[in-house]
Design a protein around this ligand. Structure first.
Ligand SMILES: *[C@@H]1O[C@H](CO)[C@@H](O)[C@H](O)[C@H]1NC(C)=O
Ligand SMILES: *[C@@H]1O[C@H](CO)[C@@H](O)[C@H](O)[C@H]1NC(C)=O
Ligand SMILES: *[C@@H]1O[C@H](CO)[C@@H](O)[C@H](O)[C@H]1NC(C)=O
Ligand SMILES: *[C@@H]1O[C@H](CO)[C@@H](O)[C@H](O)[C@H]1NC(C)=O
Ligand SMILES: *[C@@H]1O[C@H](CO)[C@@H](O)[C@H](O)[C@H]1NC(C)=O
Ligand SMILES: *[C@@H]1O[C@H](CO)[C@@H](O)[C@H](O)[C@H]1NC(C)=O
Ligand SMILES: *[C@@H]1O[C@H](CO)[C@@H](O)[C@H](O)[C@H]1NC(C)=O
Ligand SMILES: *[C@@H]1O[C@H](CO)[C@@H](O)[C@H](O)[C@H]1NC(C)=O
Length: 394
C-alpha cells in the first residue's frame, strides 16, 4: 500500500530519505586524477606553454610565444599537435593556458595518454567544437573552469578526466550560495551548504540553493564556502561547469568532475558546479560528479542532468554534499541529478549523514515527472504546491 499525501497548505514539508525504491544500480566507479597536471607557472596573457609528455617523443620544456586568437579557433600546430583539426589532430604535449581556448574543426581530435590541457583559472573556458570524434587517452586531463564539447562521439579512456573542480567563476547574480557571516558554512547550489552553528535551529545551514529553473540543463558555477574570520573571508571554491553535447555515443571510463573545493579547517567547502550531458548513448564504467567540497561546514552538491536516450553499463553519478569537519553528522546537502530523458529526479547523499536540506522548488505543471527519488540520507524540503506526492516506503 502506498500512502498518498495530499498537500495543499502554504508551508514546507521535510521528507527524509530513503523513500522511493530505487531500481537503479551503480557500479564500481573509477577514480581518475593520477594525471600529470602539476599546476606550473603561468605565462603572459594569451600565450600557451607547452611541455612534451612522458608518452611524447622527447621530454623537454618549451614555451610557445604565440597569441591565442580571441574567439576564433587555434590550429593544431598552435597546440604543437600533429595533423589538423579538419582531418585528425593528435595532441601529444602538455598545454598550460592562461586564457580561453576555442577549438573548431571538421575532423577528429585525439589527446594522447598522460597529456594535460590545463587552464587552471577560475572561469577559464575550453570549448571543443568538432564534426568528428574526440578521444581522451588514459590519464589525460582537461582542466578549466568551464568545458564545452560539441562533437560526434566522445571517448574517455580509463583514468582520463575532464575536471573543473574548484575552478568555478562567479555564480549567477542575486543568488546567496556563499553564506554570510564567519562560521565557515559550506556553499550552496543544488543543495544547501552545511553550517556547524547549532545555536539556532532555523539557521543551521550555510549557503542557499539556486538555479532550480535550469535543473534540466544546468549551467551555473558552484559558490565559494564561507570563511571563519575577516582574514579568511572565503572557504573552498565553487565547482565549474561542463556541457557535453554529443551526437552519438559517449564512452566514459574516466571521470567528469565539477566538485566544490576543500575549505579545510578555516572555511566552508565550495558547492558543486554543473554538468550536462546530451548524447544518444552513454556507456562505460566512469564517474560523473558534482559533489560538494569538504570544509568546516561541507558544501552542497551541484546539479547534474543527463539527456541520453540510453545509459548502459555502470556510470556512477554523484552529487552528494561535502563532509563537515566542524560537525561530522551534518554534511552539505545533496544536489540534484535529473534524468531529462526519463524525467526523473534523484537526490542522493551517498550515505553521507546530513541535517541540511535540499529544497525542491516549483513542481512542473506542464509535463509530469515520472519519479522523484530521495535516498541515501538525503533530506528534501518541498513547497506544498507539490499537490500530490506518493511516498513508497521500501
Ligand atoms: C560512486 O561515487 C561516489 C563518490 O565517489 C562513491 O561514494 C560511491 O561509493 C560510488 N558508488 C559506487 C557504486 O561505486
Ligand atoms: C580534479 O582536480 C582536483 C583539484 O586539482 C583534484 O583534487 C581531483 O582529484 C581531480 N579529480 C579528478 C577526477 O581528476
Ligand atoms: C616539462 O617537463 C619536465 C619533465 O617532465 C619538467 O621537469 C619541467 O618542469 C616541465 N616544464 C614545464 C614548463 O611544464
Ligand atoms: C569573445 O566572446 C566573448 C563572449 O562570447 C565576448 O564577451 C568578447 O567580447 C569577445 N571578444 C572579442 C574580441 O570578440
Ligand atoms: C559549433 O559550431 C557550429 C557551427 O559549425 C555552431 O553552430 C555551434 O553553435 C557551435 N557550438 C558550440 C558549442 O560552440
Ligand atoms: C561514432 O561512433 C560510432 C560507433 O563507434 C560509429 O559507428 C560512428 O561512425 C561514429 N561517428 C563518427 C562521426 O565517426
Ligand atoms: C571501458 O571499460 C570496459 C571494461 O573494462 C572495456 O570493455 C571498454 O573497452 C572500455 N572502453 C574504453 C573507451 O576505455
Ligand atoms: C535564528 O537565526 C536567524 C538568521 O540568522 C535569525 O533571523 C533568527 O532571529 C534566529 N532565531 C533565534 C530564535 O535566535
Amino acid at each position: 500500500m502506498c500512502p498518498l499525501l495530499m498537500l495543499w497548505y502554504p508551508c514546507w514539508c521535510i521528507l527524509l530519505g530513503n523513500f522511493c525504491v530505487s531500481t537503479f544500480s551503480f557500479g564500481p566507479g573509477q577514480h581518475g586524477g593520477d594525471g600529470i597536471w602539476s599546476g606550473n607557472e603561468l605565462h603572459n596573457s594569451g600565450s600557451i606553454s607547452s611541455n612534451h609528455s612522458r608518452s611524447g617523443i622527447s621530454s623537454y620544456a618549451k614555451t610557445l610565444k604565440i597569441s591565442l586568437p580571441l574567439n576564433s579557433s587555434v590550429s593544431c600546430e598552435d597546440l604543437e599537435g600533429v595533423g589538423s583539426f579538419d582531418t585528425t589532430c593528435l595532441v601529444n604535449s602538455n598545454l598550460y593556458l592562461n586564457s580561453d581556448l576555442y577549438i573548431y574543426g571538421t575532423g577528429n581530435l585525439e589527446i594522447l595518454p598522460h597529456v594535460s590541457i590545463a587552464c587552471p583559472i577560475e572561469g577559464c573556458m575550453v570549448t571543443i567544437n568538432m564534426t568528428g570524434n574526440v578521444n581522451i587517452g588514459q590519464y589525460a586531463t582537461i582542466v578549466a573552469g568551464s568545458v564545452v564539447f560539441a562533437v560526434a562521439n566522445l571517448t574517455m579512456d580509463s583514468h582520463s578526466s575532464i575536471n573543473t573542480t574548484a575552478l568555478g567563476g562567479s555564480p549567477p547574480p542575486q543568488t546567496s550560495g556563499t553564506p554570510v557571516g564567519d562560521d565557515g558554512g559550506g556553499g550552496g547550489h543544488g543543495g544547501r551548504g552545511a553550517s556547524c552553528l547549532k545555536r539556532n535551529k532555523t539557521s543551521n545551514w550555510g549557503g542557499d540553493v539556486y538555479a532550480w529553473s535550469t535543473l534540466a540543463e544546468p549551467w551555473s558555477y558552484g559558490s565559494k564556502g564561507g570563511g571563519t574570520s575577516s582574514w579568511n573571508k572565503f572557504g573552498g571554491n565553487g565547482g565549474g561547469r561542463i556541457k557535453i553535447q554529443v551526437k552519438e555515443i559517449v564512452c566514459l571510463n574516466g571521470s567528469i568532475a565539477a566538485e566544490g573545493g576543500d575549505g579545510g579547517l578555516i572555511g566552508g567547502g565550495g558547492s558543486g558546479g554543473s554538468i550536462f550531458v546530451h548524447a544518444v548513448k552513454l556507456k562505460g564504467y566512469g564517474t560523473i560528479s558534482a559533489a560538494g567540497g569538504r570544509g568546516w561546514g561541507g558544501g552542497g552538491g551541484g546539479r547534474i542532468s543527463l539527456d541520453c536516450y540510453s545509459i548502459q553499463e555502470d556510470v556512477n553519478v554523484t552529487v552528494h554534499g561535502g563532509l563537515s569537519i566542524g560537525c561530522p553528522g551534518n554534511a552539505g546537502a545533496a544536489g540534484t541529478f535529473f534524468n531529462a530523458d526519463l524525467l526523473s529526479l534523484r537526490v542522493s547523499n551517498d550515505y553521507v549523514m546530513t541535517e541540511t536540506e535540499t529544497p525542491l522548488l516549483d513542481f512542473p505543471t506542464t509535463i509530469l515527472w515520472s519519479n522523484v527519488f530521495v535516498e541515501n540520507y538525503a533530506k528534501v524540503l518541498v513547497p506544498l504546491v507539490w499537490s500530490r506526492i506518493q511516498i513508497f516506503k521500501p
